[in-house]
Design a protein around this ligand. Structure first.
Ligand SMILES: Nc1ncnc2c1ncn2[C@@H]1O[C@H](COP(=O)(O)OP(=O)(O)OP(=O)(O)O)[C@@H](O)[C@H]1O
Ligand SMILES: [Mg+2]
Length: 354
């Protein structure tokens, strides 16, 4: 009865908003509407005036292309807030846009995803940044849990569900049962690390310097962890380290494989470790039901097959893997009472430091 009233009250006077605050992309879910924003987590600042010049897609276009007094910043690194003030500005900007068609009486209630294994201090930073950005109430959920909910795994049931969310900054590997994370591992080997691997390899092998965007572009265009019958190629432009002049080279999928093989091995190894520390009953569940891949890294060509062969269990790529966490925050918003226990309520309820 009271809950009903509370829900109606909330609908009338405030928005309910879900946020996937990712290292690479921020997605915003508006209750009753779905995902209404999906933009890179980038902010461009004017250093002279200290003001925000652009946020999201517009700001990402500026990465590596700004005049001296403008800097384009990615305020989250490795899944964690590295620049608190800029993160706050970014959240405020997205919250404002989410409420653009009719601001309500009260600030929004916000469900926001954080990487698993985040420290209390980091959780607090996310909570404070979201509050300062105008949220009335903030509910925090671990990203792998949100992803699992987003792809409708039976997280509240006594069944082991395994998820690997490979984002830009972090990979979260978790086995979930009865609304809780049973075993997990969080590593800073994800999309950004692969981009860096590629940049370093091309610098070493071809003696040319490429930017972050180019590295990401070739990773997505020709990267595959398994060799196919026909090689994939891409022509890239960079700066010759010797002459200092622009130069073109042809890169193949074999180059990308070589560049990223160590990081991919680290991922496989970590997934195996999580399985090895999972209680037997739940291993049986995972063997029957398979593991699910989400996040942008789920789209790395051949990774599903490689995991299947390495772990000897079925592997599924989540439908629309890049939006799984945001959709999960949406499902939570639509059923807050049901999912209350999966939320990290406040610092006092946090699990002991890990
Ligand atoms: N088709 C693809 N193949 C390989 N990688 C991809 C593909 N599409 C996107 N990615 C990578 O996925 C990453 C972004 O994924 P996602 O949006 O899930 O990350 P995020 O949620 O912002 O980061 P995090 O969860 O670590 O905070 C980027 O590194 C991007 O390069
Ligand atoms: Mg993510």
């Amino acid at each position: 009865m009271f809950k009903n009233f509370r829900n109606k009250f909330n609908k009338m006077f405030s928005h309910d908003i879900g946020i996937d605050l990712g290292t690479a992309n921020t997605l915003v879910y508006l209750r009753g509407r779905g995902i209404i924003l999906n933009e890179p987590s980038v902010v461009a600042l004017n250093q002279k005036t200290g003001t925000v010049v652009a946020v999201g897609t517009q700001a990402k276009e500026m990465l590596g292309r700004t005049p001296q007094h403008i800097t384009a910043i990615r305020p989250l690194v490795d899944g964690v807030i590295s620049d608190f003030e800029v993160t706050e500005e970014m959240i405020a900007y997205f919250l404002n846009r989410a409420q653009a068609d009719g601001r309500k009486f009260l600030g929004p209630r916000v469900v926001i995803g954080v990487p698993s294994g985040i420290t209390n201090v980091e959780t607090r930073a996310v909570r404070d940044a979201t509050k300062n950005a105008g949220a009335r109430e903030v509910f925090i959920v671990e990203e792998p849990m949100a992803a699992a909910i987003g792809i409708r795994l039976p997280v509240m049931e006594p069944v082991g569900s395994m998820i690997i969310d490979i984002g830009g900054g972090t990979t979260d590997i978790a086995v979930i049962s009865l609304g809780g994370v049973v075993t997990f591992k969080n590593l800073k080997v994800a999309g950004d690390k692969l981009n860096n691997d590629i940049t370093a390899y091309i610098r070493g092998e071809f003696k040319i310097l490429i930017g972050e965007k180019t590295a990401e572009y070739i990773k997505i265009a020709i990267g595959t962890v398994l060799a196919g019958e026909t090689p994939l190629e891409a022509v890239i432009k960079g700066r010759d380290l010797v002459t200092g002049l622009p130069r073109e080279v042809v890169i193949t999928d074999a180059d990308i494989r070589e560049a990223t093989s160590q990081s991919i091995d680290t991922l496989l190894e970590a997934a195996k470790e999580v399985l090895e520390t999972t209680p037997p009953e739940m291993i049986a569940d995972v063997m029957n039901r398979g593991l699910y891949l989400s996040g942008g890294g789920a789209l790395i060509r051949g990774l599903d097959t490689m995991l299947r062969e390495y772990l000897k269990i079925p592997v599924h790529i989540a439908e629309d893997p890049l939006t799984a966490v945001a959709r999960g925050t949406g499902v939570i918003l639509e059923n807050l009472p049901k999912y209350f226990e999966v939320l990290i309520q406040n610092e006092d309820d946090l699990p002991p430091a890990r």
